[in-house]
Design a protein. Structure first.
Length: 145
């Protein structure tokens, strides 16, 4: 995908740089650099950005300012760098779990659960992975067949 296509898709979805960056767990400056062609996102990051953009402005992710898995990983990474207490990071995970109830369709599901970047700590990465797996199992069990 060309950099200009990323910008065109974001604008067509009526999303700001800030909205996309938060939901995708990156910074506004990174999204802007990807759109200008100054940086090239790796395939996982590109897939996450497109999933977030494709969910659109009317998605509960943006309407309710949800804490996606990628946003949670990013916030934990930032908290670890700042030496915040564990309880603060657990609150982030609890918020993500609470926010997951708003996700209904497959497009929102792909955006909300898109593979995040690492937190920088294997224990937190493992915890997030386990929580996401648990949420998906619970949602599958709750879905009528």
């Amino acid at each position: 995908m060309q950099s200009w296509e990323l910008r065109a898709r974001r604008r067509a979805a009526a999303l700001t740089l800030k909205q996309v960056a938060r939901a995708a767990g990156t910074t506004e400056s990174n999204v802007a650099a990807y759109e200008r062609g100054k940086k090239t996102p790796n395939p996982v990051t590109q897939k996450r950005l497109l999933a977030v953009i494709d969910s659109g402005a009317s998605s509960p992710i943006f309407v309710n300012n949800l804490m996606t898995v990628a946003a949670t990983a990013s916030a934990i990474r930032d908290a670890l760098r700042k030496g915040k207490p564990t309880v603060d990071m657990l609150r982030l995970v609890r918020q993500m779990v609470s926010d997951s109830k708003w996700i209904q369709g497959s497009t929102d599901h792909e955006a909300f659960y898109a593979q995040p970047s690492t937190t920088g700590d294997q224990r937190w990465d493992a915890m997030l992975s386990g929580v996401v797996e648990h949420l998906n199992v619970m949602k599958h069990c709750a879905s009528p067949d």
